[in-house]
Ligand binder design. Sequence first.
Ligand code: C2E
Ligand code: MG
Ligand code: MG
Ligand code: MG
Length: 281
Amino acid sequence: FAKEKGRNNSQLFTKSMRIFMVERLHLQHELRKAIENIDNHFFLVYQPKIDVMANKVLGVEALLRWKHPETGLISPARFIPIAEEMGTINALSKWVMNEASRQLRSWNDKGIKMSICINVSPLLFQQADFVESTLYAIEEAGVEPSDVQLEITESVLTIYLDEAIDKLNLLKSNGLTIAIDDFGTGYSSLSVLRKMPIDRLKIDQSFIRDLQKDKEIVALIISMANKLGMHVTAEGVETMEQCKQLQDLHCSEMQGYFFSKPITAEEMEEYLKRPPISSSI
Ligand code: C2E
Ligand code: MG
Ligand code: MG
Ligand code: MG
């Protein structure tokens, strides 16, 4: 009986694996097609980063969207890992870098002064020409390097330590700023953090979601960042309560649905016309 059951289980496993693989193959195929015509299939949305104390927008984070003709919007959480596997992440990332820089330039031309944050995949960061091509895109667009912040994840620091230090130093000497995204979910040690030319930690939204429970950890991250001379941004702030609690912890930089979901460039121009928090809290 046990043997019988075991075989049924493995058949079930094989079947769901097959569905999973077929789906992934399909997505790979669709992604390859879409990337041949990037401008028509992808666009960027922007989420404001707020300084709550000053009640103003400090900058925006560019977030990639794939608009599939049949399926509709596909989340980056779904297609970015696949693009990384396929290596097409590089073409996609180059497009993001150019598009985000161009958008910033267009805002600058309209008299809108702000910074832009761009997510960098570990695979892209690893590329030999990453620093060069990033600087080139910024130069081409004619924006201030100090208005561009790159978001990397802790995995970059743990896997390619020496290489990472060199690249980050080079980027920083050219005026860019560096943030660690999803901070607290990886394994970077204190000694690694101390060696890294990092400007900002973005506390992962999982800690903000359970802020009541994780208050001690969040307080610790904030005080550690302060001691290391880094700024802190809280991600995923959804409620007034979370916003207040973070302020009590002396964290004033926040991002999240409480202020705005990621929106298009045009919607952002409207958003910027008013202070982000309408009533005093
Ligand atoms: P991330 O960089 O940590 O971005 C934050 C994600 O949280 C975004 O999801 C954003 O829409 C979402 N978010 C913002 N505020 C809230 C909130 O209050 N509550 C909740 N529940 N979620 C919130 P999104 O746009 O789906 O992006 C997911 C991830 O995909 C990003 O995480 C980033 O790692 C990656 N990604 C997005 N765009 C790019 C890109 O251009 N290049 C690369 N390499 N990765 C990207
Ligand atoms: Mg990010
Ligand atoms: Mg994040
Ligand atoms: Mg993330």
